[in-house]
Design a protein around this ligand. Structure first.
Ligand SMILES: [Zn+2]
Length: 407
């Protein structure tokens, strides 16, 4: 018998995806029943029937899954999790019918968070982020993308990116975000500054994998976004984009000019444009909690991307939408966006991982990182059916049990 770090047996059901999913079918998606997994050195070492795994592998750590469902952990593909302060006052404004654009024009929204964040020390930011990360992981997120963007100037953007990069023990992908134009700058001047000062220095210090631009009304216009993307590509960054959230001004059309790893939001993208986007290799990032937090009932054109696009899911955690649970995003993908549980699972695991270039995550396969959830339900349809509370029975992160209901 071979000795391994951990054996899980008696798993009732689990889902394997062959590749990032556009349309679920028998070729790309398989359901395993009554099987087991051997885990060693933080990776999935072997998969087979429960009997096969128990006969072949020995371990000091064995989990009887008791016929429960097992899935990959979630990948949160879009967050703004590094900032200081909070904005609960704006919830009341939004509930009184004041739009987010209006709040932004009055110096609230992002601008308010920027001024608090600029004054915050690196230690404060680090302790804020650590709390958020711990919550996110305990609710099933095993990898997370985090954007800068509340610093705006070179010194403060570097400060945020340094803090993001300081959590070496977690799976974190760091993104430099061109978020808004600071009040003291003319738009094109700030783009010059971003291109000439911020992008080269972030590259020199190797602090981000992606550059993202908030392309929208009252943010960066099409030409400004184009200039930032050109500079980012020149320095070897990969690209993501906030597109068509507030108003369609043509931002998502930039996919024809640039290799975008993900195009996120799309709440205001016209249907025919969504159809064209769906045929590209870019992931379309949907953020249902963010839509709900805007209180404006604007949903993306789901029917034009269903079964065609590589859809990915994220929380869009931010001071405007302080909701860090990918379990809730999975629930909203079903009950709010009306995807099937199998689709919501693919979008929040393998597809989200694809959008971040994390090929070793988001799937149950030999050689992948062992980030697994044993759920307190027997099958995937039950996981979708029950909602609104934490259904994790056991959480395994990098091959180690970090949460267990029995403990
Ligand atoms: Zn965002």
């Amino acid at each position: 018998m071979n000795s391994v770090d951990l054996v899980i047996y008696n798993i009732g059901e689990a889902v394997y995806f062959k590749e990032p999913i556009r349309k679920v079918n028998d070729e790309n998606t398989k359901m395993f029943k009554d099987f087991g997994i051997a885990i060693n050195n933080g990776e999935i070492f072997d998969i087979g029937s429960s009997d096969y795994i128990l006969t072949k592998y020995n371990s000091k750590n064995k989990i009887n899954a008791d016929k429960r469902l097992l899935t990959s952990g979630f990948v949160d593909m879009h967050t703004h999790a590094i900032f200081a302060g909070s904005r609960e006052d704006e919830l009341y404004k939004k509930l009184s019918g004041i739009s987010y654009s209006q709040i932004l024009k009055e110096g609230g929204g992002i601008y308010k968070t920027v001024s608090i964040t600029k004054n915050a020390s690196e230690e404060t930011l680090k302790s804020n982020l650590e709390k958020i990360l711990k919550k996110s992981i305990s609710l099933g997120t095993v990898a997370i993308e985090i954007k800068s963007g509340y610093g705006l100037d070179l010194e403060n953007e570097l400060k945020l990116l340094r803090v993001i990069n300081s959590f070496k023990e977690y799976n974190i992908i760091s993104t430099l975000l061109a978020h808004v134009i600071p009040k003291e700058f003319d738009g094109d001047e700030y783009v010059d500054y971003f291109i000439n000062k911020i992008i080269p220095e972030v590259k020199r210090q190797n602090l981000a994998k992606y550059v993202d631009v908030f392309c929208d009304e009252n943010a960066f216009n099409l030409e400004q976004t184009r200039r930032i993307f050109k500079a980012a590509l020149k320095y070897g960054f990969k690209l993501r984009m906030h597109a068509d959230q507030i108003k369609y001004i043509g931002c998502s059309d930039l996919v024809k000019e640039f290799p975008l790893s993900s195009i996120d939001h799309l709440e205001s993208t016209p249907q025919e444009k969504v159809k064209a986007l769906s045929e590209t290799g870019s992931a379309l990032g949907l953020l249902p909690a963010s839509v709900i937090s805007m209180l404006d009932n604007k949903k993306p054109a789901i029917d034009s991307m269903r079964n065609k696009a590589i859809i990915a899911l994220g929380t869009d955690y931010s001071p405007n939408n302080p909701m860090i649970s990918m379990q809730t995003v999975f629930d909203l993908a079903i009950y709010y966006l009306n995807f099937k549980p199998i689709e919501a699972l693919a979008y929040s695991t393998i597809n989200s991982a694809y959008s971040l270039g994390l090929n070793h995550l988001g799937n149950i396969d030999i050689g992948k990182e062992a980030d697994l959830i044993i759920w307190d339900v027997e099958n995937l349809n039950q996981l979708g059916y029950y909602w609104g509370y934490d259904r994790i029975n056991t959480l395994i992160y990098k091959g180690k049990i970090i949460k267990s209901q029995e403990n």
